[in-house]
Design a protein around this ligand. Structure first.
Ligand code: NAD
Ligand code: DAU
Length: 334
């Protein structure tokens, strides 16, 4: 079988790095090129285990000449690169518009010119939020209703992909996934922040009353779905990725406290996030029925315990970013 040349943007970030690890180990006939700007969220160390098996290019997805030259020598693009953190988007929205919207536009123009297959990584946050007791979950037909600068720029980028598919015939698919957890996630995000706080003997910090619900999925399950969609998904279609993992934030923290052998009430309630989405929940029937995907991590508590073990074993990876991240949170009382 001919080698597929795959451009992975954002491959030094959390999900992108895990995706590159997955492709190198499970699909070794694929030649991977990573394009990543190495922002505060990117770390080449996340690719160290596969460094000899891939090509790494440091650069910006909004750099049209660079993107054109890389897309020209690839068969497919999986676009993970983004500004990804809601709290940062509230403090300074501009990089979100630049990377998420202009960056996606730049890639779309390049894949259009070169006739290259494109898969767009997006989020369930484009659909807004649900009431706690809403019996409906997000599906591919749910109208877009984003709440934050982050989710609105992701929604804008999804719309560009749909338009470039319809108007220019770009061979694109989109996936919208729920909250990921697992190795190599930046310590600004909820689960790694609390795990690394607990390692440091600091109490976990819950926004508001801790009752917001997220639909957790292990990053490996997300990435197996992305590969299936890239290989066997129908061009022009959107697939929602979720693992039926709804939990409220307080329950997640209580589970972590249990793993650390600490009392279940040993956390602090802190300033809420402005505009904080209440609940996300995904119906992934289409993905499961069309492509036969199902999650392997069906027990969240086990996945969480594995993730705690990873952060305990990989302090050298996360420690350099911990103090600056907490200093940023201190400015908003969070
Ligand atoms: P992350 O913040 O951990 O990583 C983002 C990566 O993109 C970093 O390596 C960063 O250096 C790179 N990057 C940022 N701006 C860039 C630019 N202009 N040019 C090139 N590279 C740039 O993010 P993540 O959590 O791994 O998310 C990856 C993708 O998945 C994003 O598109 C995000 O919207 C989407 N997503 C994330 C989740 C989640 O739970 N984390 C869920 C659903 C969808
Ligand atoms: O739903 C998918 C999205 O999930 C992705 O598109 C985003 O890129 C990703 O960051 C994530 O967004 P959230 O805003 O849901 O994730 P975050 O880890 O920031 O927060 C998860 C929940 O935990 C949310 O309700 C806010 C809350 N939280 C967060 C932090 C950092 C706390 O209670 N305390 C905290 O310290």
């Amino acid at each position: 079988m001919a080698t597929m040349r795959l451009l992975v943007t954002g491959g030094a970030g959390f999900i992108g790095a895990n995706f590159v690890h997955h492709v190198v180990s499970e699909h070794p006939d694929t030649a991977v090129v990573v394009l990543d700007a190495l922002t505060y969220a990117g770390d080449e160390a996340s690719l160290a285990p596969v460094a000899g098996s891939i090509e790494f290019v440091q650069g910006d997805v909004a750099d049209a000449d660079l993107v054109d030259s890389l897309v020209a020598r690839c068969d497919a693009v999986v676009h993970f690169a983004a500004e990804s953190h809601n709290d940062n988007s509230l403090a300074n929205p501009w990089p979100f518009v630049q990377t998420n919207v202009i960056g996606t536009y730049t890639l779309l123009e390049a894949v259009r010119r070169h006739g290259v297959r494109y898969h767009h990584i997006s989020t369930d946050e484009v659909y807004g939020d649900l009431e706690l007791d809403d019996p409906e979950r997000f599906a591919e037909t749910t109208p877009y209703n984003p709440s934050s600068p982050y989710s609105s720029t992701k929604a804008a980028s999804d719309m560009l992909v749909r338009a470039w598919g319809r108007s220019f015939g770009v061979a694109a698919t989109i996936s919208n996934c729920s909250n990921n957890y697992g190795p190599y996630q930046h310590v600004e995000k909820f689960i790694p922040r609390q795990i690394t706080n607990l390692i440091d003997g600091v109490r976990p910090r819950l926004y508001g009353q801790g009752l917001n619900v997220r639909d957790w999925i292990h990053v490996e399950d997300h990435n197996r779905a992305v590969w299936e969609i890239l290989m066997r998904g129908r061009v022009g279609e959107t697939y929602l990725i979720g693992a039926d993992g709804e939990e409220n934030n307080r329950t997640v923290v209580e589970t972590l406290l249990e793993v650390f052998g600490r009392p279940r009430e040993d956390y602090d309630l802190v300033t809420d996030r402005p505009g904080h989405d209440l609940r996300y929940a995904i119906d992934s029937t289409k993905l499961r029925e069309e492509l036969g995907w199902s999650p392997r991590y069906s027990d969240f508590a086990t996945g969480l315990a594995d993730t705690v073990a990873w952060y305990r074993d990989n302090e050298a990876w996360w420690r350099p970013r911990k103090a600056a991240t907490e200093a940023k949170y201190a400015r908003t009382g969070q």
